[in-house]
Design a protein around this ligand. Structure first.
Ligand code: F6R
Ligand code: MG
Ligand code: MG
Length: 369
């Protein structure tokens, strides 16, 4: 059976700062998806999660990717959530709804989406990754290591289905006129792939396909809010769907690169480098409006119906990683805004530094020799 999984997310307001949507807000989203999506037969199934200040709607259906009715359902749910956010005086009410009226697809309108259409395998396990206070390039390192680096994932050597490698589709997210993409095949083009992926604010993994079967393994939301709005409106806080097992890396092989707690751009005012912390589902944002967090739900889907989710970072091993992430974040925070602690100039989400530089530049004098 051909099924589409659509994950669409937005921040439309939260409690106590940019911390977590209120329960009423998230319930308003659930009610809309239930009444207008599931009860009306548009969806087979759905789940709603929060991570930090973002709401993530995961939907299963048979309408394919980029379907206007599915995207409108998500958009309208966020509009309902915004109404509650305004009623409760939540912070940042409606912040990711950048356009007044919906027009066909959430892309370019503020919310982000990751979608895959596939023929269901007899058992179809997948992971929904949800992030807050960071951007889509956050997935470059773990997906490269999981799908292309045998030193990390010995399954690439051990499993014949994976020995033939994968095809990565990479997007140049700084090009805003159209979708600018390149396809690279590993292992043959692994070095070219690494050249691009090492710059996660510019080149972002959009999807990966298994060479063995042609099946799509994953889909990552690639939209960048500051490219859409032309100014700071919040961080992109991406979502990804990754299918696992058999012709794909195992769930553990996909999770394990996240034990590196790698440094990513985001955190406070979207403008710092901090270590990505793997957290439990529904975790909030706290220290320094951060840290950048990732949560993971493990799910099986059959005839479009989803099982309950397993909270993949709710296991003692990840407590150790969380401590390590906190230590790595403290280590870089010790130098405040100096040098690498702050994001590169073009990533600074607030305009203050750039405006000060322009003002100060006029005051510089050229000293005569
Ligand atoms: C980062 C984030 C926060 C805000 C900060 C200031 O993505 O959401 O760090 O940037 O709390 O928020 P405003 O500008 O809304 O006062
Ligand atoms: Mg926010
Ligand atoms: Mg957020």
């Amino acid at each position: 059976m051909k099924i589409t999984l659509s994950a669409i997310k937005a921040d439309v307001g939260s409690v106590g700062g940019h911390n977590r949507p209120s329960k009423r807000l998230t319930q308003a989203i659930i009610d809309h998806v239930e009444n207008e999506g599931k009860k009306k037969g548009l969806l087979i199934d759905y789940k709603v999660f929060t991570t930090g200040d973002d709401n993530f709607i995961l939907m299963s259906h048979t309408r394919g990717v980029d379907n206007p009715d599915i995207h409108k359902l998500a958009w309208d749910s966020f509009v309902q959530g915004t109404a509650i956010a305004k009623e409760q005086g939540l912070y940042g009410a409606g912040q990711d709804l950048l356009k007044d009226a919906f027009s066909g697809n959430v892309r370019g309108m503020g919310p982000s989406s990751a979608e895959i259409e596939f023929e269901e395998r007899p058992s179809e396990p997948f992971i929904l990754f949800m992030c807050d206070k960071t951007d889509p390039g956050v997935f470059n390192l773990p997906l490269f290591r999981g799908f292309a680096d045998p030193f990390h994932n010995a399954g690439l050597l051990l499993a014949p289905e994976m020995q033939v490698g994968f095809e990565f589709t990479i997007m140049d997210v700084n090009y805003t006129e159209a979708d600018k993409v390149i396809k690279l095949n590993v292992p043959a083009e692994a070095y070219d792939l690494a050249v691009l992926l090492r710059d996660p604010e510019h080149y972002v993994i959009e999807s990966i396909k298994a060479n063995s079967t042609g099946d799509q393994a994953c889909s990552v939301s690639t939209s960048r809010l500051h490219n859409i709005a032309g100014k700071y409106t919040g961080k992109d806080d991406p979502v990804a769907i990754v299918r696992s097992q058999k012709q794909f890396p195992s769930t553990g092989e996909i999770l394990s690169p996240l034990a590196a707690a790698h440094y990513v751009v985001g955190d406070n005012r979207g403008s710092h480098n901090v270590a990505l912390m793997p957290c439990k589902l529904g975790s909030i944002i706290s220290y320094f409006d951060g840290p950048a967090i990732i949560t993971a739900a493990g799910i099986c889907i059959h005839n479009g119906v989803m099982t309950e989710e397993v909270d993949l970072f709710d296991q003692p091993f990840w407590d150790f990683v969380r401590n390590k992430a906190a230590e790595k974040t403290f280590a870089i925070r010790e130098q405040g805004y100096f040098g690498n602690a702050m994001a590169p100039m073009e990533e600074l989400e607030y305009t203050g530094v750039m405006e000060s530089l322009k003002r100060l530049d006029k005051k510089f004098v050229l000293r005569k020799k």
